[in-house]
Design a protein around this ligand. Structure first.
Ligand SMILES: Cc1cc2nc3c(=O)[nH]c(=O)nc-3n(C[C@H](O)[C@H](O)[C@H](O)COP(=O)(O)OP(=O)(O)OC[C@H]3O[C@@H](n4cnc5c(N)ncnc54)[C@H](O)[C@@H]3O)c2cc1C
Length: 479
C-alpha cells in the first residue's frame, strides 16, 4: 500500500511551511506535493513557542502563528493546503528512508514514494538522560521544542505561580523561557556551565548587559557548574536540583534548554553528512541529486564566509526553504544560495539582532547602560559581524546591509567613534548592484516583545540622524 508524489517534504516545521508557500508561488500542480510530519498540526512558526505562547495574558495560540506569518506572508492553515491540493500527512513519523528507491516508510506502515525529496526534519532537544542524569519522566521537568512541549510547559507554569523554577542552560531557549517564567510570576534560577549566557554568540560585555537586566528582574544566575542529579518526591516529581559544586536548589519546576541535535538518522550512511547535518550545495541539493535538505538539518555553503555551516535559526530555515524550491522549480533562474547568517531574540522589553560572523576583534558602540548599543566584529581588516540591541527597523537593515558588504575597516578607533553611524553610512552608499537584504525575520507581527516595546521609531531615527550629523561634523574637524 502506498502513495506516490512528485515532491515530498519530510518534516512539517518552519522550513516545510515556507517551502510549501514557495511551491505554490512557483505553480506546483494539485496532487504533486505532500508534507509528512510527526506533529499533529500544520507547519507553524516555532519561535512563537518561547515568546507569545508563554504569555500569561492573551497568549498566542494556533491558528494565529501558522507559517508564514512570521515573515508577513500568508497564514497557511490546513484549509490553505487543501485548497492548493497539497497533501498534509500529519501525526505520522517516517521511520525509514530508502534514497536509492526513492521511498519513505511511515510508522503506520505506508510507503510513500517521491521523485524529489526535501528533508526538513529540523532538530530535537537534547535530553538530560544523554548526559547521564536520571529524570524518570518527572512531570515537572520541561523541554521546549514543539507544540506538545509548549502546552506542557504552560500547564506546569500555571501550577507553579509564586514557586521556584530552575532553568538549565543559558542559550536561546533558556534565556527566553527564563523571561517567560518571570512574567508568569515564578522565581527563576538559571544554571549553566559557561562563564556567561549565550556563550556561542555574546561576548562577556554583551552578556553582562542581559544578565544585569535579568538580575534586576529577579533572576538568579549560577554559572560555571552543571546539574548532577535530582531529588524526587513519592509522586516522582522533582523537588530539588543538585549541582556539581555541591549546592542544592529547591524547585517546583525545571526547564531544560541544553541544545539540540539535528534529525539526520534516517539518512546516515545514505547521504554525505557535515557539521552534524546533511551536506548540501548552493542549490540545497544533497549528495543524492533527488534529495534536498533545508532548515536546521542542512549544512550549506555560506558564501560570505566561504564555509559550510549548519544554522539553527528561523531565518535560515525560511530562506533555505524558499531557495531550494526555487532551484527545483526554476533551476535556470536560480543562483547559488547566498545567505547572510542572521539571529535575533526578544525578551522582556529587549530586542536584538545579529548578522554575519562573530570572528576577530570586537568594537563596541552606544549606550550599554540602557537603550541602544551594539558591536562590530572585524576580521582581517573587514567588517564581518554586527550586533545591535534596541535598534529601529532601518538601523537593523543598515547593519545587515553593511555586514553583507564586508567593508574594509582601517581604523578600529574611528569605527568605535562612528558606532552605528558607520553601518548607516555604508548602507546608504549607492551600490552597483544592491545586495539582497531583508530583515523580515524580525517577525514584528507575531513575536512582539513579551511586554509592549514602546521605543518609537521616529524618535530613535531622529536621534540617529542627530548623532550622524554630530559625528560627521566631528570627523570634519578632525581632518
Ligand atoms: C522554543 C524555540 C524558540 C526559538 N526561537 C528562535 C528565535 O527567536 N530566533 C531564531 O532565529 N530561531 C529560533 N528558534 C529556532 C527555529 O525555530 C528553528 O531554527 C526552526 O524551527 C528550524 O526549522 P526546521 O523546519 O528546519 O525544523 P523544525 O521547525 O524543527 O521542524 C522539523 C519538523 O520535522 C518533523 N520531523 C522530524 N523527524 C521526522 C520524522 N522522522 N517523520 C516525520 N516528521 C519528522 C518534526 O516533528 C517537525 O515538525 C527557536 C526554536 C525553538 C524550539
Amino acid at each position: 500500500m502506498g502513495r506516490a508524489f512528485v515532491y515530498v517534504i519530510l518534516g512539517g516545521g518552519v522550513a516545510a511551511g515556507y517551502a510549501a508557500l514557495e511551491f505554490v508561488k512557483k505553480g506546483v500542480s494539485h496532487g504533486e506535493l505532500c508534507i509528512i510530519s510527526e506533529e499533529p498540526v500544520a507547519p507553524y512558526e516555532r519561535p512563537a513557542l518561547s515568546k507569545g505562547f508563554l504569555l500569561p495574558e492573551a497568549p498566542a495560540r494556533l491558528p494565529s502563528f501558522h507559517t508564514c506569518v512570521g515573515a508577513n506572508e500568508e497564514k497557511l492553515t490546513p484549509k490553505w493546503y487543501k485548497e492548493h491540493g497539497i497533501e498534509l500527512v500529519l501525526g505520522t513519523r517516517v521511520k525509514s528512508a530508502d534514497v536509492r528507491r526513492k521511498t519513505l516508510l511511515t510508522a503506520t506502515g505506508e510507503t510513500i514514494s517521491y521523485k524529489i525529496l526535501i528533508v526538513a526534519t529540523g532538530a530535537r532537544a537534547l535530553k538530560l538522560e544523554e548526559f547521564g542524569v536520571n529524570v524518570s519522566d518527572a512531570e515537572n521537568v520541561c523541554y521546549l521544542r514543539d507544540l506538545a512541549d509548549a502546552n506542557r510547559l504552560v500547564d506546569v507554569m500555571q501550577s507553579c505561580t509564586g514557586g521556584n523554577a530552575v532553568v538549565i542552560g543559558g542559550g536561546y531557549v533558556g534565556m527566553e523561557c527564563a523571561a517567560s517564567l518571570v512574567i508568569n510570576k515564578i522565581n527563576v534560577t538559571m544554571v549553566f556551565p559557561e562563564a556567561h549566557c549565550m556563550a556561542r554568540l555574546f561576548t562577556p560585555k554583551i552578556a553582562k548587559y542581559y544578565e544585569d537586566y535579568y538580575t534586576a528582574k529577579g533572576v538568579n544566575f549560577i554559572k560555571g557548574t552543571v546539574l548532577s542529579s535530582f531529588d524526587f518526591d513519592s509522586n516522582g516529581k522533582v523537588t530539588a536540583v543538585n549541582l556539581r559544586d555541591g549546592r542544592k536548589l529547591l524547585v517546583d519546576m525545571v526547564v531544560v534548554g541544553i541544545g539540540i541535535r539535528p534529525n539526520t538518522s534516517l539518512f546516515e550512511g545514505q547521504l554525505t553528512m557535515e557539521k552534524g547535518g546533511i551536506k548540501v550545495n548552493g542549490k540545497l541539493q544533497s549528495s543524492n541529486s533527488s534529495v534536498c535538505a533545508i532548515g536546521d538539518v542542512a549544512a550549506f555553503p555560506v558564501k560570505v564566509s566561504g564555509e559550510i555551516r549548519r544554522l539553527e535559526h528561523v531565518d535560515s530555515a525560511r530562506k533555505s526553504a524558499k531557495h531550494a524550491v526555487s532551484a527545483i522549480m526554476d533551476p535556470g533562474k536560480t543562483e547559488e544560495f547566498d545567505y547572510l547568517p542572521f539571529f535575533y531574540s526578544r525578551v522582556f522589553t529587549l530586542s536584538w539582532q545579529f548578522y554575519g560572523d562573530n570572528l576577530g576583534e570586537v568594537i563596541y558602540y552606544g549606550d550599554f547602560s540602557g537603550g541602544t548599543f551594539g558591536a562590530y566584529w572585524v576580521n582581517q581588516g573587514h567588517l564581518v559581524g554586527s550586533f545591535l540591541e534596541g535598534g529601529t527597523k532601518d538601523e537593523y537593515q543598515a547593519i545587515a546591509k553593511a555586514t553583507r558588504l564586508r567593508p574594509a575597516v582601517e581604523d578600529l578607533a574611528e569605527l568605535e567613534i562612528q558606532g552605528l553611524g558607520f553601518a548607516v553610512a555604508i548602507s546608504q552608499k549607492p551600490q552597483s548592484s544592491p545586495p539582497p537584504v531583508d530583515v523580515s525575520g524580525s517577525d514584528l507581527l507575531l513575536e512582539k516583545p513579551l511586554y509592549a516595546w514602546h521605543a518609537t521609531a521616529g524618535v530613535i531615527l531622529a536621534a540617529s540622524i542627530a548623532a550622524l550629523a554630530y559625528l560627521y561634523g566631528r570627523r570634519r574637524r578632525r581632518l
